[in-house]
Design a protein around this ligand. Structure first.
Ligand code: SAH
Ligand code: SF4
Length: 373
């Protein structure tokens, strides 16, 4: 059997979503040849232009607290890391940072933290979401990224006005997940959380880490299949970077390869899924100063500038070498606008950046139609 040339595979992928088999996706993800990778990115860029145009949606990220009850083996915020100064941003300040993003006409704000399951935390988030919804209109979405919770908690936050939720599955391979987490962390629970969020009418975001120890190109192809099977609206993926104060801190990674894999995954995901929102994640910027712009050119259409007050940023380190620790939100925004302009794209100011996929499924679902964003 002769192998189909990459070019003809890309043509097929551009023509319709879901055109590639897992083996073909794995082949794209693993590409190394520079000319073939450029062809992959160019094809994905064409699909992105059809889906969203040369436009970038901004989500302001507020890292609202770093306490975490979990102990993921890769993450600097894990509860076992005693070297972190734990903080919780006072409610009024979180709302002020969200307002800052709204005043600058960002499409949405993401509230992210370690995972805390408690009534006090549930109510704190309800109050914050309500306060943001009180000034942010229909064009400003509140997005939460606060880990695994019960369906009741997700419902309370949804009723308070949160429209979207980000919860990465981390890897679609449960066995690999098992090697990256303590035994009491459950892949199935995480997947069930994604399903509960969807039932509740959230726009659902998920994602994975790329280049994990023991992860294969087939696993990454499986991740793209997972996003399709679970009907995920928004996808945020970034290469794994070791953090010295974690059990996986000693893992050696080839940073150039991590960047390549990250870009290949963005492009392969765009080619297979066509209409989802896809983030150009911050880790890519750690691996190359222009890493996020390269992701935009490979099919991503969302960026998440940090809008947390500078003083908190150094205590929210999921991985090492987090960029922009000393920068103010104003500086980050100026830098980002220039970077987006440098590749001939524009920022979609004042637009909520709703996932085209969510709009499509809203059209076919009464439940989602009740929600304007
Ligand atoms: N506690 C929440 C949200 C904060 S963690 C949650 O876990 O869902 C956000 C994401 O950071 C995680 O989903 C994980 O994919 C990523 N992350 C954590 N440690 C990382 C590392 N060492 N390298 C790259 N990404 C990492
Ligand atoms: Fe906590 Fe999220 Fe880090 Fe896991 S990835 S330790 S849940 S902050």
């Amino acid at each position: 059997m002769t192998t189909e040339p990459t070019e003809s595979l890309l043509e097929r992928a551009k023509a319709a979503p879901g055109a590639l088999s897992r083996a073909e996706l794995a082949r794209l993800v693993a590409l190394r040849d520079p000319a073939e990778r450029e062809a992959l990115y160019a094809a994905a860029y064409e699909v992105k232009l059809r889906a969203t145009g040369p436009r970038v949606s901004l989500r302001g990220l507020v890292e609202i607290g770093n306490a975490c009850a979990k102990n993921c083996l890769y993450c600097g915020l894990r509860r076992g890391n005693a070297n972190v100064r734990r903080y919780e941003i006072p409610e009024g300040d979180v709302v002020r940072m969200a307002r800052w993003a709204w005043e600058r006409r960002f499409g949405s704000v993401v509230l992210q933290s370690g995972e805390i399951e408690s009534d006090a935390n549930t109510e704190r988030i309800v109050r914050i979401v309500r306060a943001i919804r009180a000034f942010g209109g229909e064009d400003f979405a509140v997005v939460l990224s606060l880990g695994e919770q019960t369906e009741e908690v997700y419902r309370a936050w949804r009723e308070a006005g949160a429209a979207r939720y980000l919860l990465r599955i981390e890897t679609s391979n449960p066995a690999l997940y098992g090697t990256l987490h303590p035994a009491d962390h459950s892949w199935a629970r995480r997947r069930d959380c994604l399903r509960a969020l969807r039932r509740l009418g959230y726009q659902v975001g998920s994602g994975v880490m790329i280049g994990l120890p023991g992860q294969t190109a087939e696993d990454l192809a499986g991740d793209i299949a997972f996003f399709r099977d679970e009907d995920i609206d928004m996808i945020g993926m970034g290469p794994f970077l070791p953090h010295g104060e974690t059990p996986l801190g000693g893992v050696a990674v080839d940073r150039a390869r991590q960047l390549e894999l990250g870009l290949n995954m963005v492009a392969a995901t765009r080619l297979q899924l066509h209409d989802r929102n896809l983030a150009a994640t911050t880790v890519l910027q750690v691996l190359a100063p222009d890493g996020r712009e390269r992701a935009l050119r490979a099919g991503a259409n969302v960026m998440m500038p940090n809008v947390t007050d500078t003083g908190y940023r150094r205590n929210y380190r999921l991985y090492e070498d987090k960029p922009c620790l000393e920068d103010t939100s104003e500086q980050c925004l100026g830098c980002l606008s220039r970077r987006v302009a440098s590749i001939g794209e524009t920022i979609a100011w004042g637009e909520p950046g709703t996932s085209p996929h969510f709009l499509a499924r809203r059209g076919s679902s009464r439940e989602a139609a009740a929600e304007p964003r």
